[in-house]
Design a protein around this ligand. Structure first.
Ligand code: ATP
Ligand code: MG
Length: 570
């Protein structure tokens, strides 16, 4: 391809809307343009990178006995009603009606469609296991589209669904996909870290997220540098605390006037106590019934864990009205003593001796509140958000934390969809059984951005060879010069004939402009054809990421380029 023909409008200025480096470079290098909030068009260089990623995905999944299909984007509401998710999915779902007022959505994910498909066609255990995938646009009306294609409303996903006859075989599918993901990301040049994850709206029993670490990540991960345990904080288990070393004697319960003191922060300041002494009491509506959650004042409630632990479908913080009804006081004076609703306590509460809590009375708190003597929780559970410094649940050493962005996730679903949708097969002994399923997603467009996050410098992108839009760019210092043009054209032809993806910068631009564009777009290898070396029959090769330069005789260019690309492509 000649640069004069290439549709790659590069920008010198950093676009104001782009906070993240990958977003900036995707716009500046002319990989994509924004069409609406969270909705993008890909230009030639962008789609070439996406195709490279997709090819790597296809190769690895096909090796793992998966088959590619293509499912509809527009999905009928009826199927989502069958699974119960038409209401559950909420405002993230793009919904529409056809001319007959029938309801549809733009697929945010495809469990319903695929399960219905397989239900109709797959009848026997002999047809299993079945692993089907597609690469296609997904639609989620994200509340905060941001970071370009990292969190967009239309994005490209690879989604795969596995159907097995029993749990053992389904676990094998899960493992095969986990391993395929590891290879896919490595081949894309991405360092990822698999972490235990919550199953969120997709549901199921077991899940791993593949995270790329970085401060801009929206996910928080805890990990144990010692035993390797790693989990999203949404999921990370917290250990109960060891019982306090020195036992304090239980002091007498005491009411204290605390007018206008309604936060843990104010309370600790006024009473001169550590936040860990405060019994923070939060009132929630769990499936519309009020419950209280008690947690150490130095911790936050992990609502995902809470929802799972008390097995409710809907959970929200109670409003001022409910709090007044339940505690007989305005917001800020709730405490565990005498509450007529279930009180669920986090592990952090068990060790609080002579704690401070609200008095369920306006303007008052209580001092020396003690568990079992003054109140008894309905249950003591793991409800807090894990964080660095905690004890690892696996080995007891100290956890560390990091931020990350999820590029892929694997889920073991079991029969969560096959049961309600009645997707059955006939087993060896003639019995009807529900499929045991798994589902597996990779954000293809997000992966492209994540690769840039890991491979760039102050001048632009440094693509790994495996996903580069073109491997090589030839930059003649002046294409108008006869000798340089002849040499550049010759090298261009030789490389093209060798099957190397190459750009020839034949534009009538100053060399500085051409070099800047080449660096910004990030071709792994640049060949500079300049007057000085050309006289001796040499051109200069420069590696984008290591900045290594070498002079190569024109006769050796092809062999050198091939061997360098092989070496840096590993
Ligand atoms: P997140 O927690 O980031 O919202 P998710 O867990 O909802 O993602 P999945 O349903 O697991 O996402 O989707 C599979 C993959 O699709 C994710 O691992 C991610 O790479 C990608 N993905 C999800 N939502 C978006 C989005 N809004 N924009 C771009 N990629 C996305
Ligand atoms: Mg996910």
């Amino acid at each position: 391809m000649r640069a004069s023909q290439l549709y790659a409008p590069t920008l010198r200025e950093v676009p104001a809307e782009a906070e993240l480096i990958s977003h900036q470079y995707m716009l500046r290098a002319g990989l994509m343009r924004k069409s609406a909030s969270g909705i993008y068009s890909y230009l030639p260089l962008g789609i070439r990178v996406l195709h490279k990623i997709m090819e790597i995905i296809r190769e690895e999944l096909d090796k793992a006995d998966a088959q590619e299909i293509l499912l509809p984007i527009v999905q009928p509401a009826e199927l989502w009603e069958e699974s119960g998710r038409w209401n559950e999915y909420g405002p993230e779902m793009f919904r529409l009606q056809d001319r007959h007022q029938r309801h549809f959505c733009l697929g945010p994910t495809h469990e319903e469609i695929i399960t219905a498909l397989v239900r109709a066609d797959v009848r026997s255990y002999r047809q299993l296991p079945l692993r089907l995938y597609q690469i296609q646009n997904k639609y989620r009306d994200e509340i905060r589209p941001r970071f370009g294609v990292i969190r967009s409303r239309e994005f490209i996903m690879k989604d795969l669904y596995s159907f097995d006859r029993d749990e053992v075989s389904a676990q094998e599918s899960y493992r095969a996909m986990y391993d395929a993901y590891t290879r896919i990301f490595a081949r894309c040049g991405l360092k990822t870290h698999p972490v235990e994850a919550d199953t969120g709206a997709i549901g199921g029993d077991q899940s791993h997220e593949f995270m790329v670490l970085g401060d801009a990540g929206e996910d928080l991960i805890v990990f144990c540098p010692d035993c390797g345990y790693a989990a999203n904080v949404e999921r990370a288990e917290c250990a109960p605390f060891d019982s306090a070393g020195e036992q304090e004697t239980l002091a007498e319960l005491e009411e204290i006037a605390t007018p206008d003191v309604t936060t843990v922060e104010e309370l600790t300041r006024i009473l001169k106590i550590a936040p860990g002494r405060v019994l923070k009491t939060m009132i929630y509506l769990a499936d519309e019934k009020p419950v209280a959650v008690l947690i150490g004042g130095d911790y936050d409630v992990n609502e995902i864990k809470l929802k799972r632990a008390i097995q409710c479908n809907q959970l929200e913080l109670a409003g001022a009205q409910t709090i007044r009804e339940v505690t007989k006081a305005p917001v800020g004076f709730a405490g565990p003593i005498g509450l007529g609703i279930p009180v669920y306590a986090d592990y952090s509460v068990e060790r609080i001796v002579n704690g401070v809590s609200g008095a369920n009375k306006e303007g008052y708190h209580l001092r020396n509140v003690n568990i079992y003597r003054d109140y008894t929780p309905a249950a003591i559970l793991d409800l807090r958000e894990a964080r660095a410094g905690e004890k690892c649940v696996r080995c007891g050493k100290v956890l560390d934390q990091a931020r990350g962005t999820e590029v892929g996730q694997v889920f073991y679903l079991g029969t969560k969809y096959s049961m309600p949708i009645k997707a059955h097969f006939v087993d060896q002994d003639g019995q009807e059984m529900p499929f045991v399923m798994g589902c597996y997603g990779i954000g293809v467009s997000r992966t492209m951005a994540a690769i840039i996050e890991q491979h760039h410098d102050e001048d632009g992108i440094c693509w790994p060879v495996s996903v580069a839009p073109f491997a090589v760019i030839i930059v003649p210092v002046s294409y108008k010069d006869d000798e340089q043009r002849t040499a550049a054209d010759g090298i261009y032809k030789i490389l093209q004939d060798a099957g190397i993806e190459v750009i020839l910068d034949d534009r009538d631009e100053r060399p500085g402009v051409k070099f800047k564009d080449a660096d910004l777009i990030g071709y792994p290898l640049r060949i500079t054809v300049g007057p000085k070396h050309l006289k001796e029959g040499y051109v200069e090769l420069k590696l984008r990421s290591s900045h290594t330069q070498l002079l190569v005789s024109i006769d050796d260019v092809k062999d050198q380029v091939e061997s360098i690309l092989d070496r840096i492509g590993e």
